[in-house]
Design a protein around this ligand. Structure first.
Ligand SMILES: [Zn+2]
Length: 367
């Protein structure tokens, strides 16, 4: 009997333990519970919110000292599904313009989350049916296969992938220390191929972590960005190989956002030059670490995606993909291959001062 209860609990909780790959859907289920009650005009008790907070995906935000993200999610739920709400706040969030959003990540999240939740409300029953019928086991098999075919070899079976947490948040997914967090609405909206690619992108980060020297990445923001440019650049080849404009359009991003990403991609050579100049200034101690860290945030946008993807595309177009994958954990090699490719294709090349500085700082971490 006890065993049966435990089994039932596992099923009810929506946690799938598959061949050591954990997929957690508890946040999606609890979101549906609360949203359904709100739609019926019912009050959400303190206790129900506590259950919500304790589900796999939302626990990541509810246990943070700063409660901004979990509050954005709860407020958006309330504004979307509770009919008694005054629309002024809702409208003012929806009307926040892109210029403000660029420099304020909390407002960006508030707007993106609310837009996403309104979309969920419009497709509530279909998303619920999708959750009930989707084959999560099959997804993981396909993702591992996809990653293997990208890498050109089967993924080492000793590599353990992080748990995957599905939840409703903004239209985005993230890989963190403890798991991969995926917005379930954007997941639902994708084609099966896009779903596999998305997760293969995240699994790539997970795979690369086995080879990375995290001491390097954590030394300061300059090192972090040098590393993440390679990490995101190569990963984008998995799911965004058709280019940013097509990818973001077909994944439901609004026009302004699509253009934003695209223009950052186009201006990558200029940003690379700025990055180079800043690093050289830093190496000659003409700028302090604190000032340089501040400046680099302004150069490397969207966590290094556009610059990295630009470099990775150059490398692949020049025919060095295999070489790039052999050293997928070593940022110096990535910059070196980019330069080789850029020379071949008459594009902006990083200068020798920068390259030898980069070589010097990285060789201490990678033999
Ligand atoms: Zn990524």
């Amino acid at each position: 009997m006890k065993k049966l209860i435990i089994l039932l609990l596992i099923i009810i909780c929506g946690v799938h333990e598959l061949t050591a790959q954990k997929i957690d859907i508890t946040s999606v289920d609890e979101f549906f519970n609360i949203a359904s009650k709100m739609k019926e005009g019912k009050h959400i008790t303190e206790n129900q919110w506590m259950v919500f907070d304790s589900t796999g995906g939302y626990r990541e935000y509810s246990t943070r000292r700063d409660q901004i993200r979990i509050n954005i999610i709860k407020t958006s739920l309330d504004l979307t599904f509770n009919d008694n709400n005054i629309n002024i706040l809702k409208d003012s969030i929806l009307n926040i313009n892109e210029e403000i959003i660029k420099n304020n990540s909390d407002l960006r999240l508030s707007k993106m989350t609310l837009i996403n939740f309104i979309d969920i409300k419009d497709n509530f029953d279909s998303i619920k049916a999708f959750r009930d019928n989707y084959d999560f086991n099959n997804l993981i098999n396909n993702v591992t296969k996809k990653l293997g075919s990208f890498l050109g070899k089967p993924v080492d079976s000793r590599i353990r992938f992080l748990p995957v947490y599905f939840l409703f948040q903004e239209n985005d997914s993230q890989t963190r220390e403890n798991g991969i967090y995926i917005d379930f609405n954007s997941f639902y909206r994708k084609t099966e191929e896009q779903r596999i690619n998305l997760l293969a992108h995240e699994f790539f980060h997970n795979y690369r972590r086995w080879f990375e020297n995290s001491e390097f990445n954590r030394k300061n923001y300059l090192y972090y960005y040098i590393d993440v440019i390679q990490n995101e650049g190569i990963a984008d080849l998995i799911d965004k190989s058709e280019g940013y404009r097509k990818y973001f359009t077909s994944n439901g991003f609004d026009h302004e956002m699509v253009e934003n990403w695209n223009s950052l991609y186009v201006q990558a050579p200029k940003d690379l030059e700025r990055l180079q100049n800043l690093m050289i200034k830093f190496s000659k101690k003409k700028v302090t670490e604190i000032v340089a860290e501040k400046e680099i945030h302004d150069i490397v946008k969207y966590n290094g995606h556009p610059i990295g993807f630009y470099m990775a595309c150059k490398i692949v177009n020049a025919g060095y993909k295999e070489e790039m994958l052999k050293t997928l954990y070593n940022p110096y090699e990535f910059f070196r291959l980019y330069n080789k490719a850029a020379k071949k294709q008459n594009d902006f090349q990083l200068n020798d001062t920068f390259m030898s500085y980069l070589n010097n700082i990285i060789k201490k971490y990678y033999k």
